[in-house]
Write a protein that binds this ligand. Structure first.
Ligand SMILES: CC(C)(COP(=O)(O)OP(=O)(O)OC[C@H]1O[C@@H](n2cnc3c(N)ncnc32)[C@H](O)[C@@H]1OP(=O)(O)O)[C@@H](O)C(=O)NCCC(=O)NCCS
Length: 187
């Protein structure tokens, strides 16, 4: 399944499931966000092909969902402009719960790609993996992400105070969740 999205920039974007040739694009985006140093609690980029490939193999083995946004006019790895994963919980008794992560390339933010990726990923995670609830966490300083998650219906269910120490500053971790049936009733 895929979806075509027309951006207000005039570009046409394809939203679809991850394939093997997307691996380097996805990790390029991840490493760029790590360089930004604002949004994820990770300090070092992932550089080795072995790490990148084993992430992909593990996702396939676990049947996890990764939805990408592709600009078909760009060359690999730059064609992958955003990605949204819904991973499985490690607990046997929480298989109905998906854990969401999302990255949109800096120059493609605020164009509704995040909104569309999350919508697509949530629907696919119910259909393909029987997920019922999506959970995520965000830095309290990440105003754009918090706005987007709340707009989609995610509720704040807790705050871990001073959970992260970034650049000598403490940051709270905001825990959120969304019941997929509630989301589908609203959208
Ligand atoms: C957070 C992120 C995934 C959102 O993706 P996106 O494609 O920019 O999202 P959208 O364009 O669909 O929506 C962004 C919304 O935030 C709003 N926004 C932008 N900056 C904002 C700010 N500083 N404060 C509040 N809202 C803001 C936009 O107006 C838009 O809201 P609207 O749809 O009501 O107009 C993306 O910006 C990103 O990848 N950020 C870096 C990585 C990251 O933070 N990942 C999430 C970690 S939890």
């Amino acid at each position: 399944m895929k979806k075509i999205l027309e951006l207000k920039t005039g570009e046409t974007i394809i939203i679809r499931h991850l394939i093997k040739s997307d691996i380097n694009g996805v990790w390029y985006n991840f490493n760029k966000v790590i360089e930004e140093g604002l949004y994820l609690p990770v300090f070092l980029p992932v550089r080795t092909q072995i790490e990148k490939d084993s992430w992909y193999l593990n996702m396939k083995k676990e049947n996890e969902i990764c939805i990408v946004a592709e600009n078909p006019d760009l060359k690999e790895p730059y064609n992958i402009i955003a990605q949204c994963e819904i991973l499985n919980s490690e607990w046997d008794a929480a298989k109905h719960v998906g854990i969401l992560g999302i990255i949109v390339k800096e120059n493609y933010r605020d164009l509704s790609i995040g909104t569309n990726l999350i919508d697509f990923a949530i629907r696919e995670s119910k259909k393909l993996n029987n997920k019922e609830k999506i959970i995520l966490s965000s830095f309290s300083t990440n105003e754009r992400a918090l706005h987007l998650f709340k707009k989609l219906g995610f509720k704040v269910i807790g705050i871990r105070k001073k959970q992260f120490l970034m650049d000598s500053k403490y940051i709270d971790e905001i825990l959120m969740e969304l019941w997929i049936d509630d989301y589908l009733n609203e959208h």
